[in-house]
Design a protein around this ligand. Structure first.
Ligand SMILES: Cc1ncc(COP(=O)(O)O)c(C=O)c1O
Length: 384
């Protein structure tokens, strides 16, 4: 029996995608092979990666002057690749002169990178960037446990880029309005919201997402970058971490995550069949609204996130109980009983506790209805 899986990632995939992958497991596209067995440079695999990229371009409306890469290393590797490629080069931007041994002190950094700290992942991204660039944290919502998106001051014109985390998976916030960064390229981690709503790609210099939430299995990271940002990595940069090399080689400098790319292609076909990002956004809003409106009237649980910044994808909720011991006991009872009812992976992130329902594109409306029904029943039983 399939359960409703509210995991933050890796997460549920659409059932038709899994069924098709199963049907094609031993013979994909009449090749007599599994995609897992294909050479990445073969004529059998080429149409798979090309189709995946074409669908992503179509569904996201990616302009022609942007490149699409399918890489490994998760979103976390992008925390390093972005500053390395966009901000670690010399002032002239060629990067050749900056590749000297020993350049690793703040004074040696030619470029500034600005970050907005809206959560654990945003902070990790900034913490990694300090190794390669003069990092400035423009604003932070750490003062209120990241439960809102802070207003940002003007972005310094000399910054190489401004980094935001568009959807904060752990605490469940999202940017509802994109910041204006002038000529400074806006860079965004869209790991937990890619393709959940329409997004104007042309507002960004670079977008990246680990696949394991809204796109496919873990092991593949999608990077979408504007052409003028390519080619500034210092000479010391490892080949595998250079965007220009991955672009030149069409994501095949080394063996790409072939099977993940294939599954992403199937997920994108499924999404296109649903009607694309506009249609899925409507469904996502409906799903989120069901949970938030229950939380608004619940006497037992509440959403810790400030209203204007509530995520459509990750919805944390916590018991109102004051006593920490009672709260903990209630949380573990809820998670256990929900799992027994076929609603799994509802525990909050280990750093923040509470509960969290991750309701990515693949979560059907029926799953959310079942969750809300369970929450109401759980609350009623406690009130007796
Ligand atoms: C917003 C965000 N960024 C980055 C990461 C880290 O991703 P990865 O495990 O692919 O490195 C996560 C993981 O959950 C995330 O939610």
């Amino acid at each position: 029996m399939r359960v409703y899986n509210f995991s933050p990632g890796p997460s549920a995939l659409p059932l038709p995608v899994l069924e098709r992958a199963a049907a094609e497991m031993t013979d994909a596209n009449g090749t007599g092979q599994s995609v897992m067995e294909m050479s990445h440079r073969s004529g059998d695999f080429k149409p798979i990666i090309e189709k995946t990229e074409a669908l992503l371009r179509e569904l996201m409306g990616i302009p022609a002057n942007y490149k699409v890469l399918f890489l490994q290393g998760g979103a976390s590797l992008q925390f390093s690749m972005i500053p390395l490629n966009l901000a670690a080069g010399d002032a002239a931007g060629t990067g050749a002169a900056a590749g000297t041994a020993g350049s690793g002190t703040a004074a040696a950094f030619a470029k500034k990178a600005v970050y907005v700290e809206t959560g654990v992942w945003a902070k990790k991204a900034a913490d990694e960037a300090v190794k390669y660039a003069a990092v400035q944290t423009l604003a932070s919502s750490a003062d209120k446990a990241y439960t809102y998106i802070p207003k940002i001051p003007a972005v310094p014109e000399d910054a190489a880029y401004c980094h935001i985390t568009l959807n904060n998976t752990i605490v469940g916030t999202k940017w509802t309005e994109l910041p204006h960064t002038g000529a400074v390229p806006l860079v965004a981690d869209i790991s937990s919201c890619i393709l959940s709503e329409p997004l104007d790609v042309s507002r960004f210099g670079l977008l990246y997402a680990g696949a394991q939430k809204n796109l496919g299995p873990a092991g593949c990271t999608v990077v979408i970058l504007r052409e003028d940002l390519i080619g500034s990595a210092p000479a010391r940069t490892p080949a595998l971490l250079r965007y220009d090399i991955h672009v030149q080689e069409g994501s095949m400098y080394n063996t790409p995550p072939c099977y993940g790319i294939y599954i992403i292609g199937l997920v994108l076909e499924w999404l296109k069949g649903l009607g694309g990002t506009g249609a899925v956004a409507k469904l996502n809003r409906e799903k989120a609204e069901l949970i938030y409106s229950y939380l608004e009237k619940s006497a037992l649980f509440y959403s810790p996130v400030e209203k204007p910044f509530r995520s459509l994808m990750n919805i944390p909720f916590v018991p109102r109980a004051e006593d920490p011991e009672k709260r903990k006991a209630l949380e573990s009872r809820f998670v256990k009983e929900a799992a027994a009812a076929g609603l799994v992976n509802l525990a909050g992130h280990r750093l923040v506790g509470g509960m969290r329902a991750s309701v990515y594109n693949a979560m059907p409306l029926e799953g959310v209805q079942a969750l809300v029904g369970f929450m109401e029943k759980f609350e009623k039983e406690r009130a007796r």
